[in-house]
Design a protein. Structure first.
Length: 340
């Protein structure tokens, strides 16, 4: 089903749009599709529009159209996979009249009229928020930080496949650090690691982490480890955690890999892709073990607690899990070629 937007005009510039949409296939015109105009993703006010949208009959809904309109106004990188992401709704008090971006109806009341997504800025009724599809498109206007930001939110906001911190640090480490003794085990000067973190938060992919800025490679490895430690949801998510631990507790090697394979399926795609990339890198680190003295076992000790955190707060159980966490990472490195 191809839709063509025939015209769109705003009742008040920049606030509310009425769309006339025609289904090219059936030649039916849908009128008065209320879609709020996104002020920061400007479309001209009085417009003769020729956007065409392709979608199937089954998936067509008002919300789909809303998100398509949103998409049409965003620059998209073709090579970036489309990770699904839930909205991060928070109760919000709107100043001035506001319309729900899902049902297009007015949001009544003086305070807490609806909810707003903290990542993309979508405004909807509280009841409508339950119906909105998981199509959150985080906006850099809302997503200000790189560190401590949810991984999927970050990659979607920056249109990248993986967090840029991971790609950039790994590139730097592989270009000048693979033979460095105690790579990842030796800690860098913490003030400088903090400095790298601030550079990423401030400049994103433009951060300068070259040898001219940070001569000591342990600063870069430290910044990468810190990135993983600061994630609000660890790279190996709380949901997937028990399955990973289960694999480490299994004694039969074949069964171990099977459970590990199942565990990987529980990860959100952006987490899984980042883990795959990291493990391929760590495997390359172990190929230089003669020089850097870092085996898969040593890297497991460093990365176990960095990539995994026990979901429960039971301190004893968490302490007990550390050796399994190390084992999980060690297994992932050793078997990265068959697991991913
Ligand atoms: Zn959102
Ligand atoms: Zn609504």
């Amino acid at each position: 089903m191809t839709f063509q937007v025939l015209s769109a005009f705003s009742a008040k510039c920049g606030s509310f749009m009425i769309w006339h949409v025609r289904c090219v296939h059936k030649d039916t015109v849908f009128r008065k599709f209320g879609v709020k105009l996104y002020r920061d993703r400007q479309l001209p006010c009085e417009m003769e529009c020729s956007y065409s949208f392709r979608l199937t009959h089954e998936t067509f809904s008002r919300s789909v159209l809303t998100s398509l309109v949103r998409r049409a106004t965003l620059k998209e990188n073709e090579h970036v996979p489309k990770y699904e992401k839930v909205h991060n709704f928070k109760v919000h008090t709107f100043r001035g009249p506001h319309w729900c971006e899902y049902c297009a109806n007015f949001m009544w009341g003086l305070i807490a009229q609806g909810v707003k997504c903290a990542d993309c800025g979508l405004n909807v009724h509280k009841q409508c928020s339950k119906m909105v599809p998981n199509d959150c498109k985080p906006d850099l206007k809302h997503v200000k930080k790189v560190y401590s930001c949810d991984l999927t939110t970050l990659v979607k906001a920056h249109f990248t496949k993986r967090p840029m911190v991971v790609d950039m640090c790994i590139r730097e480490i592989e270009s000048r650090g693979l033979n460095s003794e105690g790579l990842y085990r030796v800690s860098g000067f913490s003030d400088l690691i903090e400095d790298v973190k601030m550079a990423f938060d401030r400049d994103g992919e433009k951060a300068d982490i070259s040898v001219n800025m940070y001569e000591d490679i342990n600063i870069i490895t430290g910044a990468l480890k810190l990135y993983f430690r600061d994630l609000p949801i660890p790279l190996i998510t709380y949901d997937a955690y028990p399955k990973f631990i289960e694999s480490a507790k299994t004694t039969d090697p074949d069964e171990q890999l099977e459970i590990l394979h199942e565990a990987l399926k529980l990860l959100p795609p952006a987490h899984c892709e980042t883990l795959r990339y990291l493990m391929a890198h760590l495997k390359r680190v172990t190929l230089h073990e003669k020089e850097n003295l870092m085996s898969a076992e040593n890297l497991g000790i460093v990365f176990g607690p960095t990539l995994m955190r026990a979901p429960e707060l039971d301190a004893m159980a968490a302490l007990n899990d550390i050796r399994y966490q190390r084992l999980v990472v060690e297994m992932l490195i050793k078997n990265e070629d068959i697991l991913f």
